[in-house]
Every structure is written in structure tokens, then in C-alpha cells.
Design a protein around this ligand. Structure first.
Ligand code: NAP
Length: 299
């Protein structure tokens, strides 16, 4: 029997663990992939208060080590369901807990085009810092208009021969600072007001077909495509214990409280106005406080 089970070892989940382990609680962390979550993909983090500049990997690893040093029990298992009596069922085991924090973040949004899955690892990637090295001196494209796309294009501009940045509008969501830096790169070309309509190749991706707002088609020969069009939550499995909005985000009140007593949500998985590292760790600490209050109540 655990005091709390934290599902997801990204910044939100790890922060909850940090606070709860320091409060001497019996904590189990369950993670389906690897610790760190989305921030692992960030080349540089320069908007976290008190830290001038750090790679996403270093940030995640520091936080992970901090939690491991407190004796965290982290199991790499995929959660399939939370039962109504707060049993967490994974692909390997079942665990009982007094409280649960859902900190599962969100997954890469797909273009949902034919061949997209077939070309993953064969020209298509969702992580420039993970796979950029495979495209040294090659021609690549990044699609998206948020900070991830801008940072990916910047990162790739230092490796690849040529980088196309494709965005469906002419305005970017990402920060001006990133955009201005990108405009100084001579090997980066912007293709705006355009969508990708097909992904072509035999075994590997060889080209993409673009269609602009005036319906003009253009074929672009590329070696790699980095898809950076945001993230989507995967909370359907929890819908017996939490309410979801139309986009699949968990509806919370008072930041981290779900409709079920003792089940809390932290980080990108919940409906919130800003999904950033700062708000993820903020949620993590708030969720741990909520857990401590709930545990006191049930004593
Ligand atoms: P995002 O801000 O949601 O941007 C997604 C982009 O993809 C948007 O420009 C959107 O276009 C485009 N898009 C969505 N669906 C599309 C589709 N089907 N086809 C083509 N384009 C599509 O996602 P993000 O860039 O991953 O950033 C997520 C959050 O993390 C943001 O708050 C961001 O600031 C933060 N972040 C921070 C850092 C950092 O601090 N170092 C790094 C990366 C990300 P529209 O604009 O037209 O909707």
C-alpha cells in the first residue's frame, strides 16, 4: 500500500515525488518510457527562473537524480487503468494506493498522413535533439509554428546543410527571440501558409508534397522531416475517475483536484492556460500539498 502513486516521471511528476519523499511518504512512480518527459527534447531551456541556460536533458537528469537520491521507487511500466478503488493497473502489476497523481503529460501530435508511421525512424522524427545527428549535412524540414518548431529548426541549422521551416500560417506562436535568431541563419528557408499533403518515398522518406493557401502544390526533396506541431494528451484510460474536456485534457478545480477525492493531476495532462516547465513544476508541488492534505484527512 503506497501513500501515493505518481503516474509519469516528467518535471511535474518528479517535482511531486521530490516534495512527498522529503515529507517521508511512501511513493511509487510509474513511467511508461523514460524519465524527463517532454523537456528532454528541448535543446536549451533559458526561461526557467534562476537558471541562465541548461539543456532539457541536463535539467531532467538533475531533477531525476535529486529524486533518486531521496530513494525514489521508479518502475518502468505502462499504466492501463485506475480502478474506482484507486488500484493502479499496469501492463505488469497492480498497485494499491491511498492517493494518485496523474502527471502523464501529452504525446506528440501527428500529421495523420498516410506513410507517417511507416517512415518514423526512416526520415521522420518528432525529436530534433534526439535524431538531428543522423542528418548532418543533409536537407531537412521542420513543420510547426511553436517554440518547439523554432528551436528544432535552430538546432538543425547547425547540423544540416539546409533546413526548411514549414508553417501553415504566416504568424508564429513561438517566441520572437527564437524567430529573430532563425532569420539570421543563411541555411534556413521559411515556407509559410503551407501544409504537407503527402509523404513520399519507398523504404525511406524522399520527398513531401506541399500545398499553400492558394492551392499551389510544390514537391520538396528532403532527407528528414521533423514534426513539431504540438502535443496531445492521452487521458482516455482515466475517464472513469476524471472528467476530460473536448480535447482530452483533465478538468481540474483548484489547479490539481480532479472529480475523484484523492486523485490529482499535475502538468500538461490538465486543462490549463500555460504549458511550460515552470507551470509543470508548480503543479507538481501543488499536487504534493493536496496529497499531504488528503492523507491527513484519511488518518
Ligand atoms: P504549440 O505551441 O502548441 O505549437 C504547435 C504548432 O503546430 C502551432 O504553430 C500550430 O499551428 C501547428 N500545428 C498544429 N497542428 C498542426 C497540423 N495538423 N498541421 C500543421 N501545423 C500544425 O506546441 P509546441 O511548439 O510543442 O510548444 C508547446 C508548449 O511548450 C508551448 O507553451 C511552448 O512555449 C513550450 N515550449 C517551451 C520551450 C522552452 O521554453 N525552451 C521549448 C519548446 C516548447 P497554429 O499556430 O496555426 O495553430
Amino acid at each position: 500500500m503506497y501513500d501515493t502513486i505518481i503516474i509519469g516521471a516528467g518535471p511535474a511528476g518528479l517535482t511531486s515525488a521530490l516534495y512527498l519523499l522529503r515529507a517521508n511518504k511512501k511513493v511509487l512512480m510509474l513511467e511508461a518510457k523514460s524519465y524527463g518527459g517532454q523537456i528532454l527534447n528541448a535543446n536549451k531551456v533559458e526561461n526557467y527562473p534562476g537558471i541562465m541556460s541548461i539543456s532539457g536533458y541536463d535539467f531532467a537528469t538533475n531533477l531525476y537524480n535529486q529524486v533518486k537520491n531521496l530513494g525514489a521507487d521508479i518502475k518502468y511500466e505502462t499504466v492501463l487503468k485506475i480502478s474506482d478503488d484507486k488500484k493502479v493497473i499496469t501492463d505488469k502489476n497492480e498497485y494499491q494506493s491511498s492517493t494518485i497523481i496523474i502527471a502523464t503529460g501529452a504525446s506528440n501530435r501527428k500529421l495523420n498522413l498516410p506513410n507517417e508511421t511507416k517512415f518514423i525512424g526512416k526520415g521522420i522524427s518528432y525529436c530534433a535533439t534526439c535524431d538531428g545527428n543522423f542528418f548532418k549535412e543533409k536537407t531537412v524540414a521542420v513543420i510547426g509554428g511553436g517554440n518547439t518548431a523554432l528551436e528544432d529548426a535552430l538546432y538543425l541549422s547547425n547540423l544540416a546543410h539546409k533546413v526548411y521551416l514549414i508553417h501553415r500560417r504566416s504568424e508564429f506562436r513561438g517566441e520572437d527571440k527564437n524567430l529573430e535568431e532563425l532569420k539570421t541563419k543563411s541555411n534556413v528557408e521559411f515556407i509559410l501558409n503551407s501544409n504537407i499533403v503527402s509523404l513520399n518515398g519507398q523504404e525511406y522518406l524522399e520527398s513531401i508534397m506541399l500545398k499553400d493557401n492558394e492551392e499551389t502544390m510544390q514537391e520538396l526533396k528532403i532527407d528528414g522531416l521533423f514534426i513539431a506541431i504540438g502535443r496531445i494528451p492521452e487521458n482516455e484510460i482515466f475517464n472513469n475517475v476524471v472528467d476530460l474536456d473536448d480535447n482530452g485534457y483533465i478538468i481540474a478545480h483548484d489547479d490539481v483536484y480532479t472529480k475523484t477525492a484523492g486523485i490529482f493531476v499535475a502538468g500538461d495532462a490538465r486543462l490549463k492556460p500555460l504549458r511550460q516547465l515552470t507551470t509543470a513544476v508548480g503543479d507538481g508541488s501543488l499536487a504534493s500539498l493536496a496529497v499531504l492534505k488528503e492523507l491527513k484527512k484519511s488518518k
